[in-house]
Design a binder for this molecule. Structure first.
Ligand SMILES: [Zn+2]
Length: 503
């Protein structure tokens, strides 16, 4: 049984709770995936990087994590409501494509961006359109239990009946009376609302009109599922009626996740999820970044620098580091300055890892320094404490910078090897590499334009050294300048010649 001290903030209780899975060592993790009607943007990267780190940390602790992240390829309507055009069908109409061509195109592009960000692929990635029978079955059970009704071929969840004996609004903190009384005021005029008994009711199944080209047979009409029922049906299929963690962006708490709870309770009588986790939003000048707001920058544009808001290109690891530098529940504001700082910090962290790999402890410490040992052990401890405190990667990264100072002092000779015991150095080395690569999921990005190998770099530095020996300074300068243009600096120290990523 994994031993750990991990606490996570549960949106449902609004408290940090000790993580105790339902069926250890197994953990069920469900994260709402993208609606694939356009390129993934920075706002998408945050939940997927956050829950990738959670997946990595839980796996490191010894849990067997089943990670499910869906693809929404039908049923997500404009404005996230029950009316309007399907987002994918609309894109298909505008681009004169089949809806499934739109889905393939943007699913593949999403996967490519996730790979570049070094996110693990989920264990299961179900598509909503591939799980229509499961959704129909779940809707039927909700109707049979008296929590949904059929109206003109569509099926709606009956919020006021459900709320008589259930806590509708608990997750989002919304007040049910206000939802029922007030939600309709501005919506009432919208088409289709007259089908509902109450404006707070939400669609489980929609009868397809002539605009909806994605349609399936059901007991109620030829139509398509509501957006919320998709996640309920797919998470139940792969993780069971109750599972451990459900993640997503804060903007999904209401109505999406609130509705998921109601659908599960309405169909099988109990809550679907033990821990609800929500990441905060990425903002641009204080406003949420989103497709519907038109102020988003796609991940591809970041990687290429091809957006007027960007002063340069930012690599996938810079984006990953930028996201991890903040706690996932804090807001994160986009700016070129913040991204440049993240780029520099990422390179410093990685140079530290390269240094560590080249450093060799001579084998014994003749005058061990207890204070130094304490400093190292406390920073190592802080790496874990950060993660255990609701996945606070900002704290972990601060601890890595503390370890980095020690690494650089060992490398530069300011700290003598005889002061640090070999086993303490070994812990430092192991923890640093584990945190940077295995848990935070950072990886080395070499050069701006091309991949190059260590052997090649050794050869270049050899040429540099011999140019210096024969006092051919124009050659020395030329090599330095050429490497600098690739983001590499030659370190010419008394102890030897080496290279680093330019910070
Ligand atoms: Zn979802």
């Amino acid at each position: 049984m994994p031993q750990h001290n991990l606490y996570i903030q549960n949106t449902l209780s609004r408290q940090k709770e000790k993580f105790e899975p339902l069926h250890p060592p197994h953990v069920g993790l469900y994260v709402c995936g993208p609606t694939v009607y356009g390129e993934a943007h920075l706002g998408h990267a945050r939940p997927y990087v956050t829950f990738d780190v959670l997946y990595r940390y839980l796996s490191h602790l010894g849990y067997k994590v089943r990670y499910v992240r869906n693809i929404t390829d039908v049923g997500h309507l404009e404005n996230d409501g029950d009316e309007g055009e399907d987002k994918i069908a609309k894109k298909a109409r505008l681009e004169q494509l089949e809806p499934m061509e739109v889905v393939e195109l943007y699913t593949e592009s999403f996967h490519e961006s996730m790979r570049l960000l070094n996110n693990h692929h989920p264990g299961i990635e179900p598509r909503a359109s591939g799980h229509i029978p499961e959704q129909i079955e779940m809707i039927q059970r909700i109707i049979d239990n008296g929590f949904a009704y059929v109206s003109n071929g569509s099926v709606y969840f009956d919020v006021s009946t459900y709320a008589q004996n259930n806590d509708y609004g608990k997750l989002s903190g919304r007040v049910i009376e206000e939802l029922i009384a007030g939600a309709g005021n501005e919506r009432r005029e919208l088409e289709g609302q007259e089908e509902k008994r109450n404006p707070a009711d939400f669609a489980l199944w929609k009868k397809a009109d002539e605009r909806h080209i994605m349609r399936w047979s059901s007991p109620w009409s030829i139509g398509f599922p509501g957006w919320h029922i998709e996640c309920s049906a797919m998470s139940r299929k792969y993780l069971g009626e109750t599972f451990d963690i459900h993640g997503g962006g804060m903007d999904l708490v209401f109505p999406h996740h609130e509705s998921e709870i109601a659908q599960s309770k309405g169909s099988c009588g109990h809550a679907p999820v033990k821990y609800w986790m929500h990441n905060n939003m990425i903002t641009i000048n204080g406003r949420k970044m989103g497709k519907s707001l038109g102020n988003f920058i796609t991940l591809k544009e970041f990687f290429e620098g091809s957006n007027a808001l960007l002063e340069q290109a930012y690599s996938p690891m810079t984006i990953r580091f930028f996201i991890l530098q903040a706690h996932y529940r804090s807001t994160l504001d986009f700016s070129n300055e913040a991204l440049k700082a993240a780029e520099k910090a990422y390179k410093r962290i990685y140079n530290g890892l390269r240094s560590l790999r080249s450093l060799e402890h001579p084998g014994e410490a003749s005058s061990p320094d207890d204070q130094l040992k304490e400093r190292v052990l406390s920073a190592i401890n802080q790496c874990y404490e950060g993660l255990n405190d609701d996945l606070n990667t900002a704290v972990t990264i601060a601890a890595l910078f503390e370890l980095l100072k020690i690494i650089n002092s060992l490398k530069g000779g300011q700290i003598a090897w005889e002061k640090l015991e070999p086993e303490v150095f070994e812990s430092l080395r192991n923890t640093y590499a584990l945190m940077v690569e295995t848990i935070l999921g950072l990886r080395e990005e070499r050069g701006k334009t091309a991949q190059f190998s260590e052997v090649l770099m050794d050869t270049i530095l050899e040429a540099y050294r011999s140019a210096k020996e024969r006092k051919d300074y124009s050659q020395v300068d030329a090599i330095r300048a050429r490497l600098k243009s690739e983001g590499i600096v030659v370190k010419d120290a008394k102890t030897g010649i080496s290279w680093d990523y330019e910070e």
